[in-house]
Design a protein around this ligand. Structure first.
Ligand code: PAF
Length: 277
């Protein structure tokens, strides 16, 4: 695997790639969820590239940018083992040089859900993803369904701005007890880790009801909230049942919807979702 830390170095390596290039953008501290993206990219492309960059512009002032977990040597070994060919690992000044002042402002898709809780987050995500796409020039880019609104935002940006690439969405990888894999799970204390299974129980309950014919969105939301409220350590931030493409809340499930939720477990903010229909 070749390690490239500047845009110029990556562009030179990219120029030598023949055939298709699959790209997995990450913020590092990799887990099996990321590895699944790399495996899928490996299967579907001639060459695989990944990036590791903890993007400061997608963190709010009171968020965990400084504390965000990092372990470059481990990440590098994991990517190498999975057959990644090119690793882009730029420093903050390489991505945002002095005087940087151009951002991608997403429209309505970035307003609800995480857009309310984390103002400016998707402006930072869209900007860095667009920059990475311009440098890496992938044939296909791989994203996990776990960050459901991020998937919708990136797809919309690619469509609206005519990026010549395909977005591949990979199902969420879960621990055996259902907890979605996330770099932030390391923040959970042992009791919180046990309690965190409530997210998957709540989403599974919505899926069961849907499979038994429930189509009333508010009934589904209420049932998800009820399961979450049964866990004393969980503080529910939001439960949403929204059109999977536009993220507008729905009254009835007549087309694919994303059931998404955010729960605070102590100091940790956990996010998860499933698609119904
Ligand atoms: O999902 C992530 O890890 C990040 O939001 C991404 C897509 C790498 C952009 O910084």
């Amino acid at each position: 695997m070749r390690l490239l830390t500047t845009v110029a170095e990556f562009r030179a390596a990219r120029a030598q790639v023949k055939g298709s290039l699959g790209f997995v953008p990450t913020m590092g501290y990799l887990h099996q969820g990321h590895m699944e993206l790399v495996r899928r990219a490996r299967k579907e492309n001639d060459t695989v590239a990944a990036s590791i960059f903890v993007n400061p512009t997608q963190f709010g002032p009171s968020e965990d940018l400084a504390a965000y977990p990092r372990d470059f040597d481990r990440d590098r070994a994991m990517l190498e083992k999975e057959g990644c060919d090119l690793l882009f690992y730029p420093g903050a000044e390489e991505v945002y040089p002095p005087g940087f002042d151009t951002y991608i402002e997403m429209g309505r898709i970035a307003q609800p859900l995480e857009g309310v809780a984390r103002p400016g987050h998707f402006r930072g995500v869209a900007t860095v993803v667009a920059k990475l796409f311009n440098v890496v020039q992938p044939t296909r880019a791989y994203f996990g369904q776990k960050d459901g609104q991020q998937v919708a935002v990136v797809k919309k940006m690619v469509r609206d701005l005519d990026f010549p690439l395909e977005i591949v969405v990979v199902p969420t990888v879960r621990e055996p007890d259902g907890l979605a894999m996330s770099s932030r799970n390391v923040y959970l204390k042992p009791l919180e880790r046990q309690a965190a299974t409530v997210l998957w129980r709540a989403l599974s309950r919505a899926r069961d009801l849907y499979e038994r014919g429930e189509r009333d969105a508010e009934a589904l939301r209420e049932e998800v909230r009820r399961v979450l409220d049964s866990e004393p350590l969980a503080r529910t931030e939001y439960v949403s049942l929204a059109d999977a493409e536009t993220l507008e809340e729905v009254d009835h499930v007549t087309r694919p919807v994303m059931v998404s939720l955010v729960v605070r477990m102590g100091a940790t903010r956990l996010i998860d979702n499933i698609i119904l229909g």
